[in-house]
Design a binder for this molecule. Structure first.
Ligand code: X8Z
Ligand code: ZN
Length: 636
């Protein structure tokens, strides 16, 4: 996924976002094969540019980009599905070509700086001039070196493993046909999710982080190269380049992210205080001292980014019963394909067309036993109406939700497929990450009854609201500080505030500051813990997920208002609502053709991202947490 992801990631706005991929185009903007003279080329810099030339430049750029997206996208797909030296080689080569093209176009576009272009052309020029998120400098060998490093980092992550033999019989299946005990990330993550032995948790947590020290030097080299490329594009560093991708000044965007975090932080602080106290009851004062940040290995997730797996430790004692969706999927004998089909049905119930047949024949849903694949879930936009997901699905609640997330990318890609290539992207990258998550917020108990997963007699009643909200908050609220801190770290790396020797300490400084968590023991000086989180070696910007965790609630509230919902937001499902589907689809069809506030307004009626829907959704839980935390000393 790196590639396309990286493609995606790298093409900034051009290609796509995070876990979806790049695009190309064939039908409505037929790709007319260019003759060599038509190709975008450097024009003599002393010739005054004309609007006609600008128009021709954009047309040629569109053709060149479509061609490389098509080719590099397919190479990236093969590599992500089959990680070997050979596919690494091919991917690096394709991405080098992309890097060269992107840099050339960005430089050539400067020629039209002085022209007063119509708004639409100016927007396209701006997109081209931002180059990619990982821009190659315009000097011999740089694009090649950059592409090789990026491919290698991604593959190092994909093939990471740790040797560990768990004495716990619940993990016995990991060792069937694997007597050496080499565990992959999926298996290690399962131990982190299910084990309640702090020694085992620490071993596995530290074990996964042995994959990343070898990435550090390469990562530092990459930072230097992309910073050089960003400077050439006119940005002080790569962080500035990324922040410039939000239809506002980079500094204003950083302030905007802080403002949104400020809206939801009080909720996180209460959740943190409550969860720490519950963990203290489970593990005692020595493992969970009440005045310290929480040990990161105890939170049920390899990165401590969402805490739903420790629900039973944090379950409110008198807060009612929750739904065990993982158990229900098992009872009803769901398999991977059925989970995806049910996800698709949610979208079609709202009026979206079913996915094309090729989605089902080309996607990857099950981790292959015999080769290395990049298992981090992703959604791909390969060709006109060729969408795929690549995901090593486990039959559980978390992956049921992630399937909706990925399908959200695919339905968005399909909705904007008729836009010019520059606009085949999210209104901003947070929108792309929020579409499927917004749909997944409609997976309510009543919805589960409707699709036959839950018996109507087992629907939790109003007395169970706190339990339902707690389960949701452990994932969604716990995520917020993680979502914002990752790129705070990267921004500081790109700006030089964190030198390579400070990478790891800086990481933990921010983990503590934002999340109030700490490593289980002092980290060795060789550690490169950021590299143990996919999006760092996978080179996917992360602020998008923070924004998505705000936007999805904003979308959900707008959708529920549209549907005439008068109950609490967490009980509202827009399953089957075609009116909401139409309005949502209209926003999605816009792609990146207009500044994101226009797209937001089209669906929600407001032009600002706003955390107040998160606050409203969790208001009853907030009240509960404040009561529970009374008399406790919160903070760290
Ligand atoms: O990377 C993803 C998606 C693919 S875009 C599975 N997510 C982030 C993560 O896993 O860290 C979704 C939520 C946050
Ligand atoms: Zn995503």
């Amino acid at each position: 996924m790196r590639n396309i992801l990286m493609l995606a990631a790298s093409f900034t706005t051009l290609a796509i976002v995070g876990c979806n991929t790049d695009t190309d185009e064939t039908k409505t903007d037929p790709v007319v094969k260019t003759t060599p003279e038509q190709k975008t080329e450097k024009a003599p810099s002393d010739t005054p540019a004309t609007s006609q030339e600008a128009k021709e430049f954009l047309e040629a750029a569109q053709t060149d980009l479509a061609e490389i997206y098509d080719y590099a996208g397919k190479v990236a797909w093969v590599k992500a599905n089959f990680v070997t030296e050979d596919t690494n080689y091919l991917e690096a080569k394709a991405n080098e070509e992309f890097g060269l093209l992107s840099t050339r176009l960005a430089n050539e576009a400067k020629r039209f700086n002085e022209l007063n272009l119509p708004e639409d052309m100016a927007r396209k020029m701006d997109i081209i001039k931002r180059g990619s998120n990982f821009p190659a400098p315009d000097r011999d060998g740089a694009a090649k070196e950059l592409a090789e490093i990026m491919t290698e980092l991604d593959s190092m992550y994909a093939s990471g493993s740790f040797n560990y033999i768990s004495p716990d019989p619940q993990f016995a299946s990991f060792y069937e046909g694997n007597s050496d005990g080499e565990l992959n990330l999926g298996q290690l993550s399962q131990i982190i999710a299910q084990s309640r032995d702090p020694v085992e948790l620490q071993t596995v947590w530290e074990g996964w982080r042995t994959v990343s020290p070898a990435m550090k030097k390469k990562y530092a080299d990459m930072v230097e190269i992309v910073n050089e490329g960003s400077k050439e594009l006119g940005y002080a560093d790569t962080g500035m380049l990324w922040r410039a991708g939000y239809d506002m000044e980079g500094e204003a965007f950083a302030a905007e992210a802080d403002r949104l975090w400020g809206q939801v932080k009080p909720l996180y602080d209460e959740l943190h205080c409550y969860v720490r106290a519950e963990l203290n009851e489970e593990y005692g004062d020595e493992v969970v001292p009440l005045d310290q940040p929480i040990r990161a290995d105890l939170l049920g997730n390899m990165w401590g980014q969402s805490w739903g797996n420790i629900y039973e430790i944090s379950a409110p004692e008198d807060g009612g019963k929750n739904i065990d969706l993982t158990g229900l999927l098992g009872e009803k004998e769901y398999d991977e394909l059925r989970m995806v089909k049910v996800g698709e049905t949610f979208f079609t119930s709202m009026g979206f067309d079913p996915l094309p047949e090729t989605f089902w024949t080309r996607s990857l849903f099950v981790k292959p036993a015999d080769r290395i694949v990049q298992c981090h879930a992703s959604a791909w936009d390969m060709d006109y109406d060729d969408y795929r997901i690549k995901m090593c699905i486990n039959i559980n609640a978390e992956d049921f939700s992630t399937i909706h997330h990925e399908l959200g990318h695919n339905f968005y890609q399909r909705a904007y497929r008729d836009q010019p290539i520059f606009y085949r992207n999210g209104a901003n990258d947070g929108f792309h990450e929020a579409i499927g998550d917004m749909i997944a917020l409609s997976i309510t108990p009543d919805y589960l009854v409707e699709i036959g997963l839950l018996d109507s007699a087992d629907v939790p009643g109003p007395d169970d609201d706190i339990a339902l909200l707690m389960r949701q908050a452990l994932d969604k609220v716990a995520f917020l500080p993680f979502g914002i801190m990752i790129d705070q770290w990267r921004w500081k790396v790109f700006s030089g505030e964190y030198e390579p020797s400070e990478y790891n300490d800086g990481w933990w400084e921010l983990r503590e500051q934002y999340q109030g968590i700490r490593p289980p023991s002092a980290r060795p000086s060789s550690a490169f813990d950021p590299g143990a989180k996919y999006h760092i070696p996978g080179n996917t910007p992360y602020m998008r997920y923070f924004l998505a965790h705000i936007l999805q609630f904003q979308f959900h509230k707008a959708a529920c208002d549209m549907a005439g919902n008068d109950g609490p937001l967490h009980r509202c499902s827009v399953y089957g609502n075609k009116q909401v589907g139409d309005r949502f689809g209209a926003m999605m069809e816009m792609g990146a053709s207009k500044p994101w506030p226009d797209a937001l307004e089209a669906f929600t009626g407001t032009r600002d991202m706003d955390g107040s829907a998160v606050v409203e959704y969790f208001a009853p839980l907030m009240e509960y947490l404040e009561e529970e935390n009374e008399g406790r000393i919160c903070g760290w």
